[in-house]
Design a protein around this ligand. Structure first.
Ligand SMILES: [Fe+2]
Length: 224
């Protein structure tokens, strides 16, 4: 069989399950390896498998994930958007946490957080309250919107990406994210997320990338 024939028989998929950025036990005692076995190994994998099945033969087959999130949302909330959205949201969630995470936000986010929320403690309180206040399944996000920070909550598979906002950090508040370790105590899980797990290095990287694209006037006009 020639090389050209071999290439045509290779299976191609649009979406892949990313490798976890740390060992599944690395966030213990805050999040157990058992939770990762289910949340990453089963829930996240199921979204990837289902999205690949649904995207086959559609104009979104082969598109980058962020493009697929935005474009599938324009078609309405249904199985295709829900599964693609959940891949994107979970990819960011794993990166939003780090072993020995938490603590104070570094510069320049520390200043932006004070400007937007009054103080770092006020930010943490508002983030936890937003997550607790999300009725049913969803997500709570720290986002940058035209250079200003906001806390946003979204339901099910929705994300601020489809509103043109840049996610900096996200916490999953679906019950599958915390039930094995915290049962119904969503507030305790959210407090641990902001105090012990939040990956501020990742948030700063996202903020800087957004600031470069946004420019000093708060738009993407290219003024720098
Ligand atoms: Fe989840």
């Amino acid at each position: 069989m020639s090389q050209a024939q071999l290439k045509t028989t290779e299976a191609t998929v649009t979406f892949t399950l990313p490798t976890l950025p740390y060992d599944k036990a690395a966030l213990e005692p805050h999040i157990s390896a058992k939770t990762f076995d289910f949340h990453y190994g089963k829930h996240h994998k199921a979204y990837v498998d289902k999205a690949n099945e649904l995207v086959k033969g559609t104009p979104l087959e082969g598109k980058p994930l962020e493009v697929a999130v935005v474009e599938s949302r324009k078609q309405g909330v249904g199985p295709l958007f829900n599964n693609i959205g959940q891949i994107y949201n979970h990819n960011l969630f794993w990166l939003s946490m780090a072993p020995n995470g938490g603590g104070a936000a570094p510069s320049p986010l520390a200043e932006k957080i004070n400007e937007a929320f009054g103080s770092f403690d006020a930010f943490k309180e508002q983030f936890v309250a937003a997550g607790v206040g999300q009725f049913g399944s969803g997500w709570v996000w720290l986002v940058s919107s035209k250079g200003k920070l906001e806390i946003v909550k979204t339901a099910n598979a929705e994300s601020p990406l489809t509103d043109g906002k840049t996610p900096l950090l996200v916490c999953d508040v679906w019950e599958h994210a915390y039930y094995l370790d915290y049962q119904n105590r969503r507030a305790d899980f959210l407090k641990v997320f902001v105090e012990k797990l939040a990956n501020w290095k990742f948030a700063v990287q996202n903020y800087k990338k957004d600031a470069e694209m946004t420019g000093s006037c708060g738009t993407s006009c290219g003024c720098g």
